[in-house]
Design a protein around this ligand. Structure first.
Ligand SMILES: Cc1cc2nc3c(=O)[nH]c(=O)nc-3n(C[C@H](O)[C@H](O)[C@H](O)COP(=O)(O)O)c2cc1C
Length: 190
């Protein structure tokens, strides 16, 4: 079986956001682990998506050009790592808007989570797991499988790396668990 492809997805789009540097850091750390997987970044800010306004429900699978573009990336993935900020005790609207664009391409895949905020984004992660259940994504959701970055506004050193005292969780352990699921689901899908 070929290596699982893990797409690392950002959640925010504002100027000056922390999300992109966290995603870049995560992918660099993931590549240092012994976990056998490919990692690819999907920065939703780069898509510059309008608020979802497609004429057909994504459940119908009749996609526009823009939906096809997203479907290609999500459809080509075996699993996801969401880098989610916490906005008003949930995920940012920009992430929910992105997720709403397509449907079937999410199905029967697995996800793990990096949360950041005043309490490590835990409330956002919990909401995200509930949303993913509707999209038939299996969440690696034991608390110890999450990565948390507390107080992101002061958490990074000059190289964009989270300081130890702001970081909770172990990326290698998280990815081992995620890739167990992505490999199992990949075999099942085929
Ligand atoms: C609109 C908004 C709402 C926020 N609400 C929360 C919140 O409910 N809980 C929390 O821990 N942090 C909250 N924060 C702080 C963010 O977690 C923090 O600013 C983080 O860096 C945002 O991600 P970003 O930099 O990628 O945009 C909020 C920030 C914004 C901009």
């Amino acid at each position: 079986m070929s290596k699982s492809k893990i797409v690392v997805i950002t959640s925010t789009s504002r100027h000056g956001r922390s999300g992109r540097k966290i995603a870049d850091w995560y992918i660099a750390e993931a590549k240092k682990t012994k976990v056998e997987a490919e990692f690819e970044l999907l920065d939703i800010a780069e898509l510059d998506l309008p608020l979802f306004n497609e004429p057909m429900s994504p459940m119908m699978g009749q996609y526009s050009e823009l939906q096809n573009k997203i479907a290609k990336v999500i459809g080509g993935a075996d699993g996801f790592v969401f880098i989610t900020a916490e906005y008003n005790h949930s995920i940012p609207g920009s992430l929910k808007n992105f997720m709403d664009y397509i449907n079937a391409e999410w199905h029967h895949k697995a996800a793990a989570f990096v949360g950041y905020g005043s309490t490590g984004g835990i409330r956002a992660i919990e909401h995200l797991i509930a949303i993913l259940a509707e999209l038939r994504v299996a969440s690696v959701a034991t608390g110890s499988d999450h990565i948390h970055i507390n107080a992101p506004w002061v958490a990074f050193d000059e190289n964009g790396i989270p300081k130890k005292e702001h970081l909770h969780g172990n990326i290698e352990n998280q990815l081992k668990e995620l890739v167990w699921w992505t490999n199992a689901l990949k075999a099942a899908r085929s």
